[in-house]
Design a protein. Structure first.
Length: 354
């Protein structure tokens, strides 16, 4: 599974000002064979090959949601002696030494899967996160935790766009709680380790990242829509389609994440995503039509039993903190991002096996 070369080049160009901070670094990434982890690996390989950055990357993953044929193909295509891949469950973690940056990107972000694996979802952000924080502490490493925009729950109108300072409107008892609340305790662990041990920790809260490399078995809205089109099916829109999101193309998101990896700011939390446009699922269908230059039919359906029903009505980040402190500015528009994703998926989804 190859990602789009133009995306990797765009990422490299967008982080040109911080590339020297990555030179000779040793980076450990849990969840390294997920959607985002594959971009980190491909970007590092590109930087090593063309800019001689000499980055060493350790990717570990328990493969609970990354078992598709795309993952096997991706692993076979990595041709970089500085990139090491290992199947590993961070909740049963062994010792590991000599690493500069520890990243916990492990997690079960798709509602379909965290409803299927609720305890595993909790453990990744609690037990797994504590194990990795201890690893960072032993190595005096910088630590990055991938949280989620879901920790905000269903914000009231006065908190949209949502700032990092918003405390959230969530429930500890519900079908989404295993994901929302586990990310919140993961953030608390980062705070405690920063306060108690002076560990260099930062938190990222991604907002609806999408793009080439997502599995058709991910079951989130954009791969669902694109797979429907490829298989000549009507788009299936849950409820009345009025729920809104802002979407962030993956090359923009990776730019933001990498900036957090090397920021000098300690103990900070950053929304990483797109501040606009905020669009409904019906609007998303219209944007997809523009991207593929074709009309698509859709139908409104009830939430399936496999999907948590208490979906937040709106999701829109305030990214002014990342603008000011990280020099993070997303660039890719919705039509361009959907077009790239669709073109990639046409050659990958039909052959992908779970």
């Amino acid at each position: 599974m190859k990602l789009l070369e133009k995306d990797i080049k765009n990422i490299t160009e967008s982080i040109s000002d911080i590339i020297p901070k990555f030179e000779n670094k040793k980076i450990f990434i849990a969840g390294g064979l997920g959607f985002l982890g594959k971009y980190f690996a491909t970007t590092v390989s590109y930087l090593n090959r063309y800019l001689n950055t000499n980055i060493t990357l350790y990717l570990v993953d328990n493969l609970i949601t990354s078992k598709s044929s795309n993952t096997s193909e991706f692993c076979s295509q990595i041709r970089d002696d500085n990139i090491h891949i290992k199947e590993l469950d961070i909740t049963n973690f062994y010792d590991f030494l000599d690493v500069d940056i520890v990243v916990n990107a492990a997690g079960i972000a798709s509602p379909y899967y965290y409803r299927k694996f609720p305890l595993e979802t909790i453990n990744a952000s609690y037990m797994g996160n504590k194990n990795l924080l201890d690893l960072a502490l032993r190595n005096n490493s910088k630590f990055i935790f991938f949280s989620s925009s879901e920790i905000y729950g269903n914000p009231d109108l006065n908190n949209i766009p949502t700032k990092e300072t918003y405390n959230g409107n969530v429930t500890s008892i519900g079908s989404r709680s295993c994901y929302d609340e586990s990310k919140r305790i993961g953030e608390t662990l980062c705070y405690v380790y920063n306060e108690k041990y002076n560990l260099n920790t930062n938190i990222v809260r991604p907002f609806n990242v999408y793009g080439p490399g997502m599995s058709k078995f991910d079951y989130r809205v954009i791969p669902n829509f694109i797979n429907n089109v490829i298989e000549n099916q009507k788009l299936k829109i849950y409820s009345d389609g009025s729920q809104t999101r802002t979407y962030c193309y993956v090359s923009d998101a990776i730019n933001g994440f990498l900036r957090v990896f090397v920021t000098d700011n300690v103990g900070e939390t950053y929304n990483i995503g797109n501040s606009g446009p905020e669009i409904s699922l019906i609007d998303l269908k219209n944007e997809l039509e523009k991207a593929i230059n074709s009309k698509v039919d859709y139908e409104l359906i009830s939430y399936p039993d496999s999907y948590p029903p208490d979906e937040p009505l709106r999701r829109c980040p305030d990214i002014s903190k990342a603008n000011e402190q990280l020099n993070y500015f997303p660039k890719i528009g919705m039509v361009e991002g959907l077009s790239n994703t669709f073109e990639w998926a046409k050659s990958h989804f039909p052959n992908e096996k779970s």
